[in-house]
Design a protein around this ligand. Structure first.
Ligand code: GLN
Length: 242
């Protein structure tokens, strides 16, 4: 059954300020499930600010935690000009946060031109310079080797039930074939070198399946499934042994 969303006083105040003449309409929209982030227009993400619209997925807390984990892992070499790629970059949140907090040469790729437009604006907004490329990772190979690969790809299986509010987000950013795991398989297949670190955000039921794929590709790497703040399996980290 559909349940109306309750807005906080702060939400109401922000909407009133942003939409002085139409705020009552906007409040109704949000009560009926429309994401308030799209109305406000940007969200804080780690230590950057990310503009969002209906062309991009709204960055999640779990993804901020992925960035935090990766930054901890790369601490010893974060000042080196290593090459990083964020695959399925969407709003660019991961790539931009990594560019802001390291000296890595960062690239973000996505299938969606309109998402890349947002990502480019976000890079400007946060005063970082990155490379962006439109590509379909399911059909096109990576043309270069990268030291660090990060991806929060679409990972929801088509049969899974999801929150109502996600219906306003780009569906190609959410759902994926092969019970949600096709992107991990394709990304692993296209890697030609042995990156220092590969960090995936994964669906909570996908850990063992993705781990097996990673073990087959990188039998000598250290591969760990890690949990999010709700204790759900949420990350797969593949680290090259020195
Ligand atoms: N990488 C972006 C994010 O983490 C977009 C993810 C996606 O579109 N699946 O928010």
């Amino acid at each position: 059954m559909f349940k109306k969303r309750t807005l906080t006083d702060l939400d109401r105040r922000i909407l009133k300020e942003k939409f002085p003449t139409t705020y009552e309409e906007q409040i109704k929209k949000v009560e009926n499930g429309y994401p308030i982030q799209y109305l406000i227009g940007d969200v804080p993400f780690f230590n950057v600010q990310i503009k969002v619209n209906e062309n991009v997925l709204i960055p999640r807390f779990e993804t901020e935690y992925l960035v935090e984990k990766v930054l901890k892992k790369v601490k010893n070499y974060q000042n080196e000009p290593l090459k990083l790629i964020d695959i399925c970059t969407g709003s660019g949140c991961i790539a931009i946060a990594m560019a802001k907090n390291t000296n890595f040469i960062c690239t973000g790729v996505d299938i969606s031109e309109s998402a890349l437009e947002v990502a480019k604006e976000n890079a400007k907004l946060n005063e970082v310079s990155l490379q962006w490329k439109q590509m379909d990772i399911l059909t096109e190979p990576l043309e270069e080797d990268y030291d660090i690969i990060i991806s929060n790809p679409p990972y929801i299986a088509f049969h899974e039930t999801v929150d109502n509010s996600t219906s306003y987000e780009p569906q190609i950013a959410l759902f994926a074939e092969e019970d949600g795991t096709i992107f991990y398989r394709k990304i692993l297949e296209t890697i030609q070198n042995k990156p220092k670190l590969i960090a995936f955000e994964i669906g909570e039921k996908e850990g063992e399946r993705v781990k097996k794929m990673a073990q087959e590709k990188f039998p000598n790497a250290k591969i760990t499934i890690e949990q999010d703040l709700n204790s759900c399996d949420r990350y797969l980290l593949i680290e090259r042994k020195q």
